[in-house]
Design a protein around this ligand. Structure first.
Ligand SMILES: Cc1cc2nc3c(=O)[nH]c(=O)nc-3n(C[C@H](O)[C@H](O)[C@H](O)COP(=O)(O)OP(=O)(O)OC[C@H]3O[C@@H](n4cnc5c(N)ncnc54)[C@H](O)[C@@H]3O)c2cc1C
Length: 386
């Protein structure tokens, strides 16, 4: 790994200790850079449920030195299985090669946080950034405790409602017309280690085990015309989740019936930011490019951003480093987000369209089962650390 060059003498400030912020801090600290993270939550990684990590994300976790810990806390995902929600019948089974993992978000975050702290990163919790000012050579951040901080280099990894994005590339987040129920239940039956996607009109349910925790992860997505909550997440009523999937097959109903706690997420996003940096500040992860979760890539793309940003900063200062970073990332991110939007449509077909589409998937499954996965070689097969 190259060292941080002149960056070694600067301190980098990161907003947000999510997956993008922690991975960026760790990748920079591995290059000998001094990093301090400010996180609004009192506790790191306290929310969220399952995440699917694909080989492109695993390549980054390997490069920043946490592969062993991730393997210990995750299960190998053997397949993605597309099924009819109503009957449970398999439309397509995509066997996955090595490198696809199923993990609890809290475990991924705690592995990254522990490695970052061990590498010298300081994490300050309970500290919310409220505004950014400053010119090209310094960025001043105000925090909710009334303090300000002048940053030589500032990374905004503060998610969909990023305060840094509001400065660099202002845009109004919009409701995508989809909500997601997220819950876990004990895995009493030893579910095979693969992800099932049960598809129905206007809704789908993803189910996979989290073997390291003995849990089953459930994500139920439903189309809605509006999102009434002030916040983007709310505690949901399990009975509403169960009612939403009451028309699905017994296999789905049985597991959804066992849910006693569920969170409901309004899925919001922005367009991909036209500009990911200004002066000494840059954006990573959802702050730059939130995506619908239907290709399970948001966290994987944040990991890729983190590595590429640290790599670009390792041999040139900003703004040249940030220009190169955006150039290396933007087209790929746009392509992944477009593919996720396509899945949103395909998973939710109704009536005759669904029958035709599922018959098509079964035909592909019979003659060339590897074809569907090969269409995503550009995504899963790409290694930003190579
Ligand atoms: C239902 C669902 C399922 C998903 N499944 C997958 C999956 O299987 N695979 C996958 O790759 N992705 C998945 N994702 C997407 C993934 O969770 C996100 O893309 C990813 O977490 C983005 O990471 P991030 O670090 O950019 O942002 P975040 O995870 O949002 O982290 C931002 C951090 O910044 C902090 N913060 C925010 N504002 C401030 C502030 N003003 N000051 C200080 N701190 C602040 C937050 O508290 C948080 O800790 C899913 C998303 C959803 C909703």
């Amino acid at each position: 790994m190259r060292n941080g060059g002149n960056l070694k003498h600067r301190e980098v400030t990161v907003l947000g200790a999510g997956i993008g912020g922690l991975a960026t801090a760790l990748a920079l600290a591995r290059r000998g850079v001094s990093v301090r993270i400010f996180e609004q939550a009192q506790e790191i990684g306290a929310f969220g449920a399952g995440l699917q990590i694909s080989p492109n994300g695993m390549a980054v976790l390997r490069a920043v030195g946490v592969e062993r810990e991730i393997l210990e806390r995750s299960g190998a995902s053997g397949a993605v299985v597309l099924r009819s929600g109503a009957s449970g019948r398999v439309a397509l089974r995509m066997a996955l090669p090595e490198g696809f993992r199923l993990i609890h978000r809290a475990d991924l975050v705690s592995v990254l946080a522990a490695a970052a702290v061990a590498a010298g990163v300081e994490i300050v919790t309970g500290c919310r950034a409220t505004g950014i000012t400053g010119g090209r050579d310094v960025a001043d951040v105000s925090f909710d405790d009334g303090t300000d901080r002048s940053c030589e280099l500032l990374i905004g990894a503060d998610g969909v409602r990023s305060v840094l994005r509001a400065e660099i590339a202002p845009s109004q987040p919009f409701f995508t017309g989809q909500v997601a129920w997220r819950a876990t239940v004990p895995d009493t039956s030893g579910l095979p280690c693969e992800a099932d996607v049960f598809m129905g009109a206007g809704r789908h349910l993803v189910r996979y085990p989290l073997p390291a925790r003995g849990l089953i992860n459930l994500v139920g997505v439903e189309e809605r015309t509006e999102w009434a909550e002030e916040s983007w997440t709310a505690s949901g009523a399990p009975t509403d989740f169960q009612a939403g999937f009451s028309g699905f097959c017994p296999e789905v109903r049985e597991v959804v019936e066992r849910v006693d706690q569920v969170r409901l997420w309004g899925l919001f996003r922005h367009p991909v930011a036209p500009l990911w940096h200004r002066g000494v500040a840059a954006l990573v992860g959802d702050a730059a490019h939130p995506t619908l979760p239907f290709l399970a890539q948001g966290a994987n793309l944040a990991l890729e951003d983190a590595f590429v940003l640290a790599d670009c900063l390792s041999d040139r200062p900003p703004p040249a480093a940030f220009r190169l970073y955006q150039q290396r990332r933007r087209d790929r991110v746009v392509r992944a987000i477009t593919a996720a939007n396509g899945n949103a449509r395909n998973y939710h077909l109704g009536g005759a369209q669904r029958l035709v589409a599922h018959a098509g998937l079964r035909a592909i499954s019979a003659v060339a089962p590897a074809l569907m996965l090969r269409r995503f070689d550009w995504l899963y097969g790409h290694d930003v650390t190579a």
